[in-house]
Write a protein that binds this ligand. Structure first.
Ligand code: HEM
Length: 237
């Protein structure tokens, strides 16, 4: 329409003889099959605001719903067809104030109902048997002494040591002990032992493997006493 008016205004005929354009409103023909009835169309003056039919006229959805019958109502079952009720729980037979003999319901009389369940109570902490070490005898001091290069073995070479030889080294100033088949000179370690000198002296001159693992199997004796190794424990023969 705009281009038509522009052409008319600029045409040479315009100045000579005015031509009055005629505007014909052609109403749109109704849809043939109704297929596009849900699409937006420009309608004439007689158009109303009625929404398009949904489901669309002649649509498969409308046709199928028209042909199908309404769903049958559910049938009410008679007594013989019903599922039997569940058995009565034993609690239902309980009389107020009358104790039940059933063992499953017996609560131990000693149980304190306000106490936390046994599964959540902590095991009592074991009392530590560590001793107060003299100043300058902590674990770091022992590590420094090992690094210092000081002779902690007291022997020139590694030896084969029988139990009888081991037994001779049972003094505080000359203490050897065997752990896992290795014999260590524990003399210098005595004042550094967190469990105390007295405890450690229990294994002086003998095999201490069992006592050691009973007390602190997690302690790495090979690392702690690596500078004190004197030999290996062998049998007497
Ligand atoms: C020469 C080998 C041994 C080494 C290197 C050694 C080392 C240690 C270490 C590092 C601890 C501290 C553990 C911790 O902080 O949890 C400790 C504690 C202790 N050790 Fe030894 N130990 C030795 C041998 C023994 C032996 C043979 C006994 C027993 C006769 C013993 C008895 C104890 C005790 C009672 C404690 C205190 C445990 C506690 O915390 O209650 N140790 N020892």
């Amino acid at each position: 329409m705009t281009s038509y008016l522009r052409t008319w205004l600029t045409s040479p005929l315009n100045s000579a003889e005015p031509v009055v354009p005629t505007l014909t409103i052609v109403s749109e023909p109704p849809p043939e099959n109704g297929d596009d009835s849900d699409t937006e169309t420009v309608r004439g003056a007689d158009d109303d605001d009625a929404p398009p039919a949904f489901p669309a006229i002649n649509s498969a959805q409308r046709l199928s719903s028209a042909s199908s019958k309404p769903a049958p109502l559910p049938r009410i079952l008679n007594d013989s067809e019903l599922m039997p009720p569940p058995p009565l729980p034993s609690l239902a037979a309980r009389q107020p104030g009358v104790p039940i003999a059933s063992s499953s319901l017996v609560v131990p009389s000693s149980a304190n109902m306000l106490a936390p369940p046994l599964s959540t109570t902590k095991a009592p902490a074991k009392k530590s048997r560590k001793v107060a070490l003299a100043p300058g005898h902590g674990p770091l001091d022992w590590a420094n002494l090992k690094k210092s290069g000081k002779d902690l073995r007291g022997t020139d070479q590694l030896m084969r040591i029988t139990p009888s030889i081991l037994k001779q080294h049972n003094k505080k100033d000359d203490a050897w002990s065997a752990f896992n088949g290795k014999v260590y000179n524990i003399t210098h370690y005595l004042p550094y032992h967190p469990g105390g000198e007295k405890e450690l002296m229990r294994v002086a001159g003998r095999d201490g493997t069992r006592l050691f693992s009973l007390t602190h199997a997690w302690v790495n004796v090979d690392y702690m006493l690596d500078g004190c190794l004197v030999g290996f424990l062998v049998s007497e023969s």
